[in-house]
Design a protein around this ligand. Structure first.
Ligand code: DNO
Length: 347
C-alpha cells in the first residue's frame, strides 16, 4: 500500500513541505488547472512533477481529469473531447503517471447541503441532509454550495439539466460505454490505469442520473472493458453513504480481481433517512469500521495507492472544504497505524 495525499496546486495551496512531514506519506495525487476538455501539456505535467519531487514526494496519481459534459451527454462534439482526453492520458503516461482518478457524475461532483456543520467537539464537517436536498434547486439564486455555481453560469446549468432529461440512466450507461471503449485501450498503451470514482452520494440527485453507486452497477461498469486498466477509485465515503454497500466485502472482491487502482479511505456517519455527515477517520466517529476496511485491503495483498479523504475543519484551520491539512494528516496516520498493526499481527 502506498499512502498518498491529495494536493491542489492553487495559490494558497498547502505547503508540500508540510505534507512531506506526515510520516508514511510518500506522494501526492495532483492535478493541473486546465479547463475541462483541454489537452494537458506535457511541459505543465512535468513542471508539476518536478515541483513535487523537490520535496522528496512522488507524483504517480492524478486526481482528477474531468470528463466533459458533452461526453456524458453523448453530444456530437464528444469525439473531439474524447480525443483530447486521450492526448492528456498519453502525456500523463509519458510523465510516468500510473493512475488517473476520474468520475462520470453528471454536472455535479460530490454534493453536500452544508459545508461547515459544527460538531459538539468544536470541529466542523461537510454534511448532507436529505430533507434540505429535496428542496434545493440548483437554478435558484441562493444555490451556492460547493463551488459548483462558479463552474457553470445559471443559464448553462439550465441547459445542462434539461439536456440530461433526455439521457436517463440507460443513456448515461451507453455514453460511458462509448467513452471507455475509446479511452481504455489507449490508457493501456500509455501505461495509465483509469480509476473511476463512485458517485457521491451514491444515488441520483436533482433528477440527474447517477450510475456508479452499488455492486451491481460497479460489476456492470467493470465488465464494459474487462481490463485492469478499467479500474476503480474505491471511495469508502461515497459508497458508504448507503448502508447497503458492504465495503470490506466489496474491497476484497474488487482488489482480488485487480480492479482497484486507488483507495479513498474515510469514514462517514449515516444519519436518519439518507442523511449523513462526514466524521473523523476514526472508526468510532462514524458508521464505518475502518480496521475492517484496511484489513480487506491488507488481506487482498493490495499494493496500490491509498489516500485519506475529506477531513474535518479543526485547530482553527481555514481553507478548501474537506481538504485542509490537519485532519487529513491525522487520517493518514491513523490508516498507516492500522496497516502497521495488521502487518505485525500477520507476520
Ligand atoms: C471528492 C473527490 C472527488 C473526486 C472526483 C474525481 O472529494 O474524491 O471530487 O476527486 O470525483 O473526478
Amino acid at each position: 500500500m502506498k499512502m498518498i495525499f491529495r494536493w491542489y496546486p492553487e495559490a494558497n495551496a498547502i505547503d508540500l513541505g508540510y505534507i512531506r512531514q506526515i510520516p508514511g506519506v510518500t506522494g501526492i495525487a495532483g492535478e493541473i488547472s486546465a479547463g475541462v476538455g483541454q489537452v494537458w501539456d506535457l511541459e505543465d505535467i512535468l513542471r508539476l512533477k518536478n515541483q513535487v519531487e523537490k520535496y522528496g514526494l512522488v507524483l504517480e496519481v492524478i486526481e482528477s481529469v474531468k470528463v466533459h459534459e458533452d461526453i456524458k451527454l453523448g453530444r456530437e462534439t464528444r469525439d473531439l473531447y474524447i480525443s483530447n482526453y486521450i492526448e492528456t492520458i498519453k502525456n500523463l503516461g509519458r510523465a510516468g503517471i500510473k493512475v488517473v482518478c476520474y468520475d462520470f457524475m453528471p454536472v455535479f461532483d460530490w454534493m453536500r447541503t452544508e459545508l461547515e456543520r459544527p460538531l459538539p467537539d468544536g470541529s466542523a464537517v461537510l454534511a448532507y441532509d436529505e430533507e434540505i436536498m429535496r428542496k434545493m434547486d440548483p437554478l435558484r439564486e441562493d444555490f451556492g454550495l460547493c463551488d459548483w455555481e462558479t463552474v457553470y453560469s445559471r443559464e448553462e446549468l439550465a441547459i445542462l439539466l434539461k439536456a440530461y432529461e433526455g439521457v436517463g440512466q440507460e443513456g448515461l450507461w451507453r455514453n460511458l460505454e462509448y467513452f471507455l471503449k475509446a479511452v481504455i485501450p489507449e490508457a493501456k498503451k500509455a501505461g495509465v490505469r483509469m480509476a473511476m470514482h463512485p458517485d457521491d452520494p451514491c444515488w441520483p440527485i436533482f433528477g440527474l442520473p447517477r450510475i456508479i453507486t452499488c455492486e451491481e452497477n460497479i460489476d456492470r461498469f467493470l465488465a464494459i472493458v474487462d481490463s485492469p486498466y478499467n479500474a476503480l477509485t474505491f471511495c469508502t465515503g461515497s459508497l458508504g453513504c448507503s448502508g447497503a454497500n458492504d465495503l470490506p466485502r466489496l474491497i476484497k472482491k474488487y482488489a482480488s480481481m485487480d480492479r482497484i487502482a486507488f483507495g479513498h479511505v474515510r469514514n462517514v456517519k449515516r444519519l436518519f433517512g439518507g442523511s449523513f455527515e462526514e466524521s473523523a477517520h476514526y472508526s468510532r466517529a462514524g458508521s464505518l469500521d475502518m480496521a475492517e476496511i484496511m484489513k480487506a485491503y491488507f488481506e487482498s495483498g493490495y499494493e496500490g495507492y491509498i489516500r485519506p479523504d475529506h477531513g474535518r475543519r479543526i485547530w482553527g484551520e481555514k481553507g478548501g472544504a474537506g481538504y485542509g491539512l490537519y485532519d487529513r494528516a491525522l487520517g493518514a496516520m491513523y490508516l498507516s497505524g492500522i496497516w502497521e498493526a495488521l502487518k505485525k499481527v500477520n507476520q
